[in-house]
Write a protein that binds this ligand. Structure first.
Ligand code: NAD
Length: 396
């Protein structure tokens, strides 16, 4: 069949296998062009199929030569429906890893469940013995609690007051005002249950209890802080409260793993176009303005550049991992440079529907969004008949 993008709201419901494969290859080529890293040997990435998790898996394999297990929630093709982008990304990753002589395995399922944790532990035992890096990069709108069965939904809302700011429909370029009502206590509780640290803690506890964690294991999860423009809806809102919980979990895990020489961190990453960030109001317009300024100054990074920097300059730099006063790894250091933020704030004040393509990199944002699903990429024949059925080589 011919595979074209189909959008519903802010999501794209189709994905292109060759396009996704070319995006993965581009990331592999990037890291292969950098100095290799003396890093982890056996890596588990939870949330491994897109965005920061996929980039972490690529750096682990192609910079450090590690064997990897990826856990993710993606769908294979069925009838006339394509697989999800994460499925195609993972298939391409595993083929490339096999060619490079690296072990790689996939577990597709709900990372929040006991069942997937047990399956992963069994796989580690069988194939890798122990893991020495666990990357936790799940971004999900929902979680079923494995013990109580309660289904939590996360919301992106301010706390306390109504929040109004500019937002953009990145498909049409319409800049409008978004007004978001504050979250209720229960919405806050549920968002923390989905995006906070409880599941990360459960993963580490389960791996430790099963004795499949190396003594000096490292674990890292990802967070975001961002500028004052987005604070009310992000950092000071429901999702920020969940990130506070994730960061508190890192401190607890750092002590827990530290007893045997291990360590745990939260890395604060840059705002980037991913499936998750495109669903947050206000953020896509901020990212478009940020991209414009950072690209002009030669400081722009995507997921792969960020993750390579995290491995090479922070986690596996051969010495102490630099952290801020709260113990956080800061990969948002370039985004948060005062001169970058001043320039973004200036643009922000002026942005309207009439000037959005001129004052911001909205076209870059839109193109990158479709690129996440394998569309609008050079070198892909989108008119060609394409088989949507692609197998993941080492799916368990
Ligand atoms: P993403 O949507 O690209 O990736 C999410 C991953 O989680 C996918 O692999 C998906 O399959 C997996 N996943 C979702 N639900 C799952 C489930 N139930 N079981 C197993 N896997 C599941 O998201 P992303 O933007 O890369 O976000 C990853 C982390 O990085 C999040 O903690 C996010 O807050 C953080 N972060 C993102 C940004 C950004 O701008 N995108 C910035 C800083 C930090």
């Amino acid at each position: 069949m011919m595979i074209k993008p189909k959008t519903r709201g802010f999501i794209c419901t189709t994905a292109h296998p060759q396009g996704c494969a070319s995006q993965v290859q581009r990331q592999i080529d990037y890291v292969k062009g950098q100095p290799s890293i003396s890093g982890p040997r056996n890596v588990l990435v939870v949330g491994a199929s897109t965005g920061y998790g996929l980039a972490s898996r690529i750096v682990s394999a192609f910079s450090a030569g590690a064997n990897t297990i990826g856990v993710y929630f993606d769908k294979e093709a069925e009838g006339s429906r394509t697989a999800t982008a994460g499925w195609y990304n993972s298939a391409a990753f595993e083929s490339a890893a096999a060619e490079a002589g690296l072990k790689s395995y996939s577990i597709v399922g709900d990372a929040f469940s006991d069942d997937v944790k047990a399956k992963t532990i069994e796989l580690i035992r069988e194939e890798l013995g122990k893991v020495d890096l666990i990357v936790y990069s799940v971004a999900s709108p929902r979680r079923t609690h494995p013990k109580t069965g309660e289904i939590f939904s996360s919301v992106i809302k301010p706390l306390g007051d109504v929040y109004t700011n500019k937002t953009v429909n990145f498909h049409t370029g319409d800049v409008t005002e978004a007004t978001i009502e504050p979250a209720t206590e229960d919405e806050l509780r549920q968002t923390i249950a989905v995006m906070g640290g409880e599941d990360w803690q459960m993963w580490i506890d389960a791996l430790q209890a099963a004795d499949v964690l190396a003594e000096d294991a490292t674990t890292v999860a990802y967070s975001y802080i961002g500028p004052s423009i987005t604070h009310a809806v992000y950092r000071d809102g429901t999702i920020g409260a969940a990130k506070n919980d994730l960061e508190a979990t890192a401190h607890r895990l750092h002590e827990q793993l530290g007893a045997t020489g291990g360590r745990a961190y939260v890395s604060v990453n840059k705002a980037l176009v991913t499936q998750s960030s495109s669903a947050i109001p206000v953020v896509p317009l901020y990212i478009s303005a940020l991209y414009k300024v950072m690209k002009e100054r030669g400081l722009h990074e995507g997921c792969i550049e960020q993750m390579y920097r995290m491995f090479s300059d922070r986690l596996y730099n051969g010495g102490i991992t630099p952290v801020d006063e709260r113990g956080l790894i800061r990969l948002d250091d370039w985004e948060m440079k005062p001169d970058i933020q001043e320039e973004v704030a200036k643009l922000w004040a002026e942005l309207t529907t009439e000037n959005v393509y001129e004052l911001s990199d909205l076209e870059g944002y839109r193109k990158e969004f479709f690129g996440l699903f394998g569309f609008e990429l050079d070198g892909i024949d989108y008119e060609a008949e394409t088989d949507p059925d692609v197998a993941i080589p080492h799916l368990r």
